[in-house]
Design a protein around this ligand. Sequence first.
Ligand code: ATP
Ligand code: MG
Length: 596
Amino acid sequence: MQAKSLTMQASEMRKTYVKFFEERGHKMIASASLIPDNDPSVLFTTAGMHPLVPYLLGELHPMGKRLVSVQKCIRTDDIDEVGDGFHHTFFEMLGNWSLGDYFKDESIKMSYDFLTEVIGIPSEKLAVTIFEGYKQIPRDDEAYDCWKRLGFRDDQIYSFGMKENWWGPAGETGPCGPDTEIFYDTGTGFCGRGCSPACSCGKFVEIWNNVFMQYNKLSDGSFIMLGQKNVDTGMSLERILAIYNRMGSNYEIDILSPIIEKLENLTDTACSIENQRQFRIITDHMRAITFILGDYKRINPSNNGQGYILRRLIRRVIRLLKMMGLTENILPQIAEAVISINALVYPELSENQCFIHDQLDKEYALFNKTLDNGLKVAGKIISMLKSGEHLDGGEAFWLFDTYGFPLEFTEELAKESGISVDAESFKDHLLKHQELSRSNAQGLFKGGLADHSVNTARLHTATHLLNGALHRVFGEGIKQMGSNINAERLRFDFAFDRKMTVEELDMVSETVNNAIAAQITVTCVEMPAEDAVASGAIGVYERKNGEIVKVYTIEGYSKEICGGPHAKNTGELKAFKILKEESSSAGVRRIKAVIG
Ligand code: ATP
Ligand code: MG
């Protein structure tokens, strides 16, 4: 065991992790956007596996069977945990993958070696969990044997069921399997009982999850072995760094502590036991906010989808700061700290600096205007109820609709008087009001394998044709800002500062339909990212030089860097129709279209 004394910084930890796996045959891939492309099942990238979904389902990855990455992630599901030392809404996930290559033995051994030899965690400070079995699926004896061979005692190996140690499938059917989770034993039992890794008291901190995708769940509920067995792992950079540095919480590491300090300066208040939770929430949320706004996809606060999550986070920060007595807008200054800490690794943050500032100013002004009035009205409504009673969902929705109070915000206000909010009925009202798209329905914020059906592939190809047609009509300056596909339609956002004319829309539709009528074969070639760009392929955002990418070509119409999958021939699309062209945010237009 190496004794570690020097404090490590995040930049070094990222490099150390990547190098460790590169030395073991892995190829590094760049972090993808926080906003997944063409994935109707999630709003944000919640794990490193998201951008790899097609490859986990069997498509060949151009970089090979062993991959490693550091992926930006957003987890809104964990928002209530934020304030503890180890959960964030935004974090960086270190991950390594085997796409049909190594399996449990090698994966577990590599994790173990990294933690004990590189990080220097004594083996006795680790605890692991394995799958205990369920119905016809046996206990994961293979994983158990791996840990035993590495010298783990039985009292360090816990087994749990579906809830704790099973992953997937995301939908009804598809790849899934057991996982083994590795915990750091902080040594302090807070719950006073002999607790286990399943206990959330804080004694055990989960560091790393190794998922073994070995089964395919069929529609009749049965499980069969998968042809291609994959390993998907994920570990929080923030957690492993805090543990390496023997720190009590993630907020002490070098990419988080300067934000706390900046906040102390700006508020002229020292972070103490009493206000630690608020400081942490503000720090965490400002990081998430800055990274969402700083993403090249240019999400802005709104009442829908990602924009709504962003609005919730911003408004929560504003409210917390107001409760601390702040009367002016310090959000851009906190964002500045986040940008300067991270811009070297994530240059999109400094590239979008003006946008970030601008949006924070706008949202602050907007919220401020309605907040004071809203607080008075909400105060009245809440004061009419007694502690223990419920606030009607309709009233909560009215506060949302009139004053822009997110549900969680009203819940927080009501909670101060011991009142809960009827969240179900709030959601009913919201759904009715907005005719929300599928992506807003409950539960879709969780990670998962998206629907990669034939129809999705066809819509995906239509998206490329649309992008190509826009380039043809408006010139090469057109920049894609995002795209989204669900079972019914495609949606495409691009930077453009005015409404398109009827003639322009006709030209675009005609171009796409000509390509469909010409029945062109869709071809795919692999090459290094820089060669792809030199050859005129569009769609590069987060690729490293040297990274091998796929270039999909529809001769005469489109050449784009993309992960796929696609239709084999444009003729499969049958016909293309634009349903709507509208503004998505300042300087961004949105086209919705259907095929078939
Ligand atoms: P936990 O039980 O601690 O919430 P999890 O079971 O949700 O973690 P996974 O979905 O297995 O975690 O994600 C893989 C890894 O990502 C975890 O082992 C942990 O290191 C990290 N992680 C998960 N959620 C968060 C979060 N909200 N903030 C920071 N790191 C996280
Ligand atoms: Mg887990």
